[in-house]
Design a protein around this ligand. Structure first.
Ligand SMILES: *Cc1c(COP(=O)(O)O)cnc(C)c1O
Ligand code: SF4
Length: 318
């Protein structure tokens, strides 16, 4: 995290991009800063502004265009927020915003406008969330999200998980994280040990959008989770210029299946301000899913879903 690139010009130069990218990158980064770990940057092709990994973290002038239909709280989490940092939108599952920190700033992220500053500050903060979960017996699964929960150190996470595990009606602990992909070294023996050691059934959901994200270090990190018996799933976002083609998606799903990670969701982009240039029409997404069904085993085809405000769960498009 300390060595991650935070300067848009430095990112452009590290990747040998034509200089015309620099001013747009600098302008867009003022709205949502750059953050890209070197471990992820090393998997990019220098000199290629279209590199599918770079596209996920490179600010572009296009982000500054106002596009109608794209807003700041696209998924209307604000309406489902029970207290600061707890979102209870779907039956049985409560999502905890544990931190605003991520190991990368993904340009398409619906959390780019999340009011993280309103989160309760550190230590006592979680107690209020734990109390809300305790008081609602319908919650059987707690999802640690963010930001990225694995940017928090193991000691603090273990303490939180211990408190959650003391709540009788909570049975499962889900961790939504990009760390195993962005900085795979984060998946240490200690992390796997506390995930395995809790009474709660752990589930890890990683976020890989393109096959080129999976190198040997990522494969090893995924293997450490799966070898420990932790169900590991992947969610991807359908992104124009990143993975909106049949070959990229087929390769991604194959590589995941070969690594015992199940493709869980392919998300239709949330219509968040600044991300309009990533949008792929649903019609194209449906065609891509048809192609995946024709070429892959059923378990390797993700569900194509959309977050529709007001729905009782993610809406399944295909
Ligand atoms: C996506 C999401 C979940 C988890 O939904 P699943 O379909 O169970 O993966 C839970 N809470 C919120 C607020 C979500 O956006
Ligand atoms: S919440 Fe996930 S998708 Fe959004 S910036 Fe953080 S790591 Fe990226």
């Amino acid at each position: 995290m300390k060595t991650a690139v935070r300067d848009p010009i430095q990112l452009c130069r590290l990747l040998d991009l034509p200089t015309q990218y620099e001013s747009g990158a600098a302008a867009a980064a003022r709205q949502f800063p750059v953050f890209a770990p070197l471990e992820f940057i090393r998997r990019m092709q220098p000199g290629d502004p279209q590199d599918p990994l770079l596209r996920q973290v490179l600010p572009l002038a296009a982000e500054l265009q106002q596009v109608s239909g794209f807003s700041q709280d696209a998924v209307q989490d604000a309406a489902a927020t029970v207290g600061p940092g707890l979102i209870h939108k779907y039956a049985g599952r409560a999502l905890m915003v544990t931190t605003g920190v991520c190991a990368a700033h993904c340009r398409y992220c619906f959390r780019r406008h999340f009011p993280y500053a309103e989160l309760p500050s550190r230590d006592n903060a979680w107690q209020a969330l734990v109390t809300s979960i305790q008081e609602d017996e319908s919650i059987e699964e707690v999802i640690l999200s963010g930001g990225d929960p694995l940017t928090i150190d193991d000691a603090r996470l273990e303490e939180l998980v211990t408190r959650l595990s003391e709540i009788k009606h909570v049975r499962r602990l889900r961790v939504h994280t990009r760390l195993p992909v962005l900085i795979p070294q984060r998946v240490t023996a200690a992390l796997v040990a506390w995930l395995r050691g809790t009474r709660l059934v752990p589930v890890v959901v990683v976020h890989i959008n393109h096959p080129a994200e999976i190198d040997d270090a990522v494969s090893d990190a995924l293997a450490r989770l799966v070898d420990a018996g932790i169900p590991t799933l992947n969610q991807a976002v359908l992104l124009r210029g990143v993975n909106d083609n049949e070959e990229a998606l087929v390769d991604l799903c194959r590589m995941l299946a070969d690594r015992r990670v199940l493709p869980y969701y392919l998300h239709q982009l949330d219509r968040v301000e600044g991300a309009a240039h990533f949008e792929v029409p649903v019609r194209v997404g449906l065609q891509l899913i048809d192609r995946l069904r024709a070429r892959l085993p059923g378990y390797a085809v993700p569900r194509y879903v959309q977050d529709v405000p007001g729905d009782a769960g993610k809406r399944v498009l295909a």
